[in-house]
Write a protein that binds this ligand. Structure first.
Ligand code: GCU
Length: 843
């Protein structure tokens, strides 16, 4: 016991970069190797197959968890009569072959497995090799969590399609990726000489049951199809193959006219025989290199992408072009439902609505898609917002296979700089009942093919891992990737118990670690919704620039269609049939009736469906505007607790992951205040209605930078105005690089936290120092762009606004506080305000 405890302690002390994700196989204190079988028998022994990978994984896992090595034996070199105590892994068919008879086990489906730990031997049997691998990962997950109980059960996935999408560009950048460059691509080609991260990604994906991956951006570049790239894609497919992850490609619809080597056509009309031949030829060529390619993903006629509508062909005709080319090879065509006109939507027309687009574009097409085609539908009708109703297209397409599209990468949800645990959001959508034909029609039963009896169906998640050691940019965000796989395997799973499994696997067994991460994660989506955009108004971020910080104004007055229609008196999209855009009528009658009326619409979707006065009372009794104020304060108050909660884990989590996470949670606490203040000030300004609790616009502990004594600093009017306290910041003067801002503190002598709000721009690393009576109490550099990974900003705005806090500063009345800022590059050491906070106060 003592040596195991020692080992555990050593495990903690070792630096953990996060690169192992949840597959750490850390020593488990209660693991006793004498309870283990004596060897591993790998039945399907082909060296690059999933069963072989599973045997190796079992060997490595056991070595880590038990500090004990097991041999892997192959039937050819082993006396089968001697299987007294083994971990037997293989397909059911191979088991029957080897042992002369099928095991008596429950019905398995594709990718399903049977796990039996009740005897002296452990049986891990898959319907196919992939299923056996999933069973091995499940067994290892039990052991790694210290669960040595006897189990015997079968598990089958809820749907055949459990894919991830990577929005990787061929130049190595990743659209909406926040963890560094691509693990697949660089400089226009596949990184064939450094695919180790691909192997590791394959293991992570297999361990959560993911069986397919699209390896390039949906805004696709035709050059993915050059012979050199096809060869590279083959290498990626070879690397993923042992993990049962099949590779697919995102296509550019106009590729035939992109001057690739396959003959440059002047058209990409999907019904033109030359175009049909062109795609068949390219598809055959790819399958010659990747015989098990999963298929294609196509984004067409959306956000500037080419598509069949250019030739007056339907979306189904466009999709079937590829489906037909894939059909002889057994490939699947996934066609995105994310189709809308981002050029002509006109907000001045009351009845126009981007939310209507998907059902409108697919009207008349149900049943027109080829059997191997699947329509991939974002969970909500707009775009991965913090709160949306489930897309009505799930109910509209009844004779077409569908998959739900989720986002693990937190494009609109804090870009991995804010902790937001997403499975609770996904579960609300998956559990939603569409009441199609007045019959129970849960979204999860639709996307698993059960409700409308569809053969193909499932899930896709945009993940966007990068080369960062943490995969997603933040250690805690990995719970979202883990949760995605688990929910796709079984959408009835409980998000909190998934999270608890992930915590044990990722951070070990300390009960405080468990309760802290669980508390923070489970409160994080509600908190984020509260401080970014509540009542169904959507994430009030900057939709014209990066989707990170606040900018409510940017939602309106442009054709992107994420409108709020806010004016001085009222706010919200009227999506009723009776008086609005008619969107609510896209749902089956029972659901439509709920959303059509304000009285039956849930508060959290009120402004999604209705345009109301700020003074309209909610079901809670609060008015809309007071709820805005209260929610934003409540949400950011929750975020304030995260760094404190996390600090209790010092010494219980290894230093590297502890420090990196503390840094992010501290950033989030500060940025949640930027959100809170921006949104509440914006609507306070617009409505002229005061906060009954007198918080909005009232900041007794702040000293505005522009009101300090400035040397070589000057006031700067920030846009959008609400992203600066009192609308104004200061920047160093054009003719100087170093400026100072000082003030005499008129506070009671005592201990304070001193918070400084500043702006951290991309393109410079300004340096700051904070001094009290000329004695430095802190210094920092404006280098968040190197550390955080969110899309950087070159302006003073809601993306670049940040806060740094110096704790427990002893201050006497009359002390002089001085900040010195040294500009660098385009970053003029911008400052917004300083808060001198009695302990426990947030302002
Ligand atoms: C969002 C996102 C884009 C992406 C698009 C899509 O609009 O901001 O970057 O290309 O969705 O899903 O296709």
């Amino acid at each position: 016991m003592q040596s195991l405890l020692l080992l555990a302690a050593v495990g903690l002390a070792a630096a953990e970069t996060g690169i192992k994700g949840w597959l750490r196989y850390a020593p488990v204190p209660s693991a006793n190797a004498s309870s283990l079988p004596t060897n591993i028998i790998s039945l399907n022994a082909s060296s690059n197959g999933p069963v072989h990978a599973a045997a190796v994984e079992l060997q490595n896992g056991v070595a880590g968890i038990f500090n004990h090595s097991l041999n892997v034996l192959y039937p050819t070199s082993y006396q089968l009569s001697n299987t007294g105590s083994s971990i037997v892994i293989g397909t059911v068919a191979e088991y029957a072959n080897t042992f002369g008879g099928a095991p008596k086990i429950p019905q398995l489906e594709d990718d399903g497995y049977f796990l039996n730990t009740t005897g002296s031997s452990v049986q891990i049997l898959g319907h196919n090799e992939r299923g056996a691998l999933y069973g091995a990962f499940q067994y290892l997950s039990m052991l790694a969590q210290g669960n040595f109980s006897e189990v015997a059960y079968a598990s089958n996935p809820s749907a055949p399609i459990r894919w991830v999408n990577q929005w990787d560009n061929l130049d190595g950048s990743i659209e909406r990726g926040f963890a560094g460059p691509s693990i697949f691509w660089a400089n226009g080609t596949v990184k064939v000489n450094s695919l180790d991260r691909v192997t590791q990604y394959g293991r992570l994906l297999a361990s959560i049951g993911v069986n397919g991956i699209i390896i390039n951006n949906v805004n696709a570049n035709a050059s993915a199809l050059t012979p050199q790239n096809i060869e590279g894609i083959g290498r990626i497919a070879d690397t993923f193959r042992p993990y049962g992850v099949r590779v697919g490609l995102a296509l550019n619809f106009a590729s035939p006219s992109a001057n690739l080597v396959y003959g440059n056509l002047s058209t990409f009309d999907p019904l033109d025989p030359r175009v049909i031949d062109w795609w068949q030829n390219v598809t055959d060529t790819i399958y010659a290199t990747v015989p098990d390619m999963a298929g294609y993903l196509v984004k067409a006629n959306s956000e500037g992408q080419p598509g069949p509508l250019t030739y007056n062909r339907t979306l189904a005709q466009g999709a079937n072009l590829f489906a037909n080319a894939l059909q002889p090879h057994g490939g699947t065509l996934v066609f995105r439902a994310f189709v809308y006109d981002s050029v002509h939507l006109n907000e001045s027309v009351w009845t126009e609505d981007r939310a209507n687009a998907a059902v409108q574009f697919f009207t008349g097409l149900d049943g027109k898609f080829a059997e191997n085609a699947v329509v991939q539908i974002k969970y909500g009708p707009i775009d991965f917002q913090v709160r949306e109703p489930a897309s009505p297209l799930f109910s509209y397409l009844q004779n077409t296979s569908t998959a739900i599209e989720l986002q693990v990468t937190q494009e609109y949800l804090g870009q991995q700089c804010h902790l937001v645990y997403l499975p609770p959001l996904w579960k609300e959508i998956l559990d939603f009942d569409m009441r199609t034909n007045h019959t129970k029609s849960l979204v999860r039963d639709i996307v698993t093919g059960k409700r409308f009896k569809r053969p193909l169906s499932g899930y896709a998640a945009v993940v966007n891992v990068g080369t960062n050691d943490t995969w997603l940019g933040s250690h805690l965000s990995m719970s979202n990737l883990y949760g995605y796989g688990r929910m796709a395997w079984d959408p009835t799973s409980d998000p909190q118990s998934i999270l608890e499994d992930w915590v044990r696997l990722t951070f070990g067994f300390d009960p405080t670690v468990m309760s802290t991460i669980t508390n923070m994660s489970m409160s994080s989506w509600p908190a984020y919704e509260n401080y970014t955009g509540n009542l169904g108004i959507q994430t009030l971020t900057d939709i014209l620039y990066t989707h990170f910080g606040p900018n409510p104004q940017s939602q309106d007055g442009n054709p992107w269609g994420q409108w709020t229609r806010a004016d001085g008196h009222s706010i919200g999209m009227d999506r009723t049939v009776s008086n609005g855009t008619g969107f609510s009528g896209q749902y089956p009658a029972e659901v439509a009736a709920v959303y059509e009326n304000i009285s039956s619409t849930p508060d959290n979707l009120l402004l999604w469906f209705h345009h109301v006065n700020y003074t309209t009372p909610l079901k809670s009794g609060e008015t809309v505007i007071q709820h805005f104020y209260n929610a934003h304060y409540e949400g950011s108050n929750t975020a304030q607790t995260y760094p404190t909660q996390w600090s209790a884990l010092k010494g219980k989590v290894d230093a590297q992951r502890y420090n990196e996470t503390l840094f992010r949670l501290t950033y989030q606490a500060g940025h949640s205040l930027v959100w809170r203040d921006a949104i509440t000030n914006f609507y306070h300004n617009l409505s002229g209605i005061a906060d009954t609790q007198k918080r909005v616009g009232n900041h007794p502990y702040r000293i505005e930078a522009e009101s300090m004594n400035l040397t070589n600093y000057e006031p700067y009017t920030v846009s959008p105005f609400e992203t600066a306290s009192n609308f104004t910041a200061i920047v160093t003067s054009a003719n100087a690089t170093t400026g100072t801002a000082s003030t005499m503190l008129n506070v009671q002598s005592g201990t304070y936290d001193v918070a400084v709000n500043y702006y951290d721009l991309y393109g410079g690393k300004a340096q700051y120092s904070l001094a009290l009576n000329n004695k430095q109490i802190g210094a920092w550099t404006g280098n968040l762009e190197d550390v955080l990974g969110h899309t950087p900003s070159i302006y003073l705005d809601g993306h670049s606004a940040a806060r740094i806090t110096f704790r427990n500063v002893t201050i006497a009345k009359g002390d002089v506080l001085k900040i010195t800022g040294k500009a660098d590059g385009v970053e003029p050491a911008p400052l917004d305000y300083i808060s001198v906070l009695p302990l426990g106060v947030v302002d």
